[in-house]
Design a protein around this ligand. Structure first.
Ligand code: 5GP
Ligand code: MN
Length: 332
């Protein structure tokens, strides 16, 4: 879908009544922000619209307008199967491969409704009828803004939609500091602020929500668990399940921690390995041209962006870390 076909796409939306919006496993601020922004917009068009997420998301996103109506597939499998079957249009936001939504992917594979992919990650799979895909976009929320505005509905972006979009723009850009931030990002933000949303309140709602234990966990990881790979400007954390338990780990508590070693002069690659739900969940971050999307795809069953990617391993934590410390050398 090119930008000049947004008006045509408006007709596709007009014809659909039952619309399902989906996003990726372990939804983050951009996943929930883009999904709920589109949800609130489609409600204004009187659509029967549902947001379906594969699994639960962190509590600091619970305030997003529309949150109460989000359906978690893991807890409502039968209901979601019905919704997908009766959908006229399905959106897949902030991901581009059914591998990113676990069991929900099996339902989408069988779906008869046309699928709309809106995303900014590298290398989309070939499953959709409509693609609005731009790796240069700082977030999927930026693309949702462009889509709504491109369909001539900028005026429909109210405070609720703006709050959702602001959240995704903020969380996916590290509060507007990553290289993905452009003049366009700030123009979009400027339009969102005109609706009356208060940025300071949104920052507080998302970031000033640590529990005492979460801050202690951060302190522990920084002082005891941060490792630098020998003779390589790469740093990593490897966290066991029992350590997480010790700090009463809640979903989202390790978010952002992977980035801390970048504040050490010279560090170019960061990684975080965490025992989670029977496998090792991995986060990679890099600077400049170092491509962790390719690294995660090639070696760790994952993907993402050039400078921020994720993956999984079913080996032990130690084995996974050893694999990383051996392979990370190939990035330099
Ligand atoms: P995070 O490290 O914050 O979980 O994820 C970093 C980026 O990589 C996000 O854009 C996320 O969507 C993507 N990502 C995380 N895990 C995976 C994965 O297992 N597969 C793919 N393809 N992308 C992932
Ligand atoms: Mn995103």
């Amino acid at each position: 879908m090119q930008k000049d076909s947004f008006l045509k796409f408006k007709n596709t939306i007009k014809k659909a009544n039952n619309i399902v919006i989906t996003t990726h496993w372990s939804p983050d601020g951009d996943a929930m922000g883009s999904s709920l922004a589109l949800y609130n917009y489609l409600l204004q068009l009187d659509k029967n619209v549902k947001v379906v997420v594969p699994n639960a998301y962190p509590e600091f996103l619970d305030w997003l307008p529309g949150n109460k109506n989000v359906i978690i597939h893991q807890k409502n499998e039968a209901k979601v199967e019905k919704l997908i079957k009766s959908a006229d249009l399905i959106f897949t936001l902030d991901y581009n491969s059914f591998k990113r939504i676990e069991k929900l992917g099996l339902l989408l594979e069988k779906a008869t409704a046309p699928i709309v992919l809106i995303d900014h990650h590298q290398q989309p799979d070939n499953y959709a009828t409509y693609y609005f895909h731009d790796v240069a976009a700082c977030s999927t929320c930026e693309l949702i803004y462009e889509l709504i505005a491109g369909m001539g509905h900028k005026k429909m972006i109210d405070k609720k939609i703006a709050a959702c979009l602001y959240t995704g723009l903020m969380t996916d850009t590290g509060s507007f500091r990553y290289p993905s931030v452009t003049a366009k990002t700030h123009l979009v933000l400027s339009e969102l602020l005109k609706t009356g949303i208060v940025p300071a309140d949104i920052h507080s709602a998302v970031y000033d929500t640590y529990s005492y234990e979460r801050l202690k966990l951060l302190g522990y990881l920084l002082s005891e668990k941060m490792e630098i790979v020998k003779e390589i400007p790469a740093a990593y954390f490897a966290i066991t399940e029992s350590e997480l338990k010790r700090f009463n780990y809640q979903k989202g508590d390790t978010e952002g921690i992977v980035n801390y070693p970048f504040s050490i002069k010279g560090i170019k690659v960061c990684a975080l390995f965490m025992e989670s739900e029977g496998y090792i969940k991995i986060s990679f971050r890099s600077k400049g041209k170092i491509d962790v999307n390719k690294f995660a795809r090639d070696h760790f069953n994952g993907g993402g962006h050039i400078n921020a990617a994720g993956g999984k391993s079913i080996q032990t934590l130690d084995e996974t870390v050893t694999k990383f410390t051996t392979l990370v050398k190939t990035l330099f």
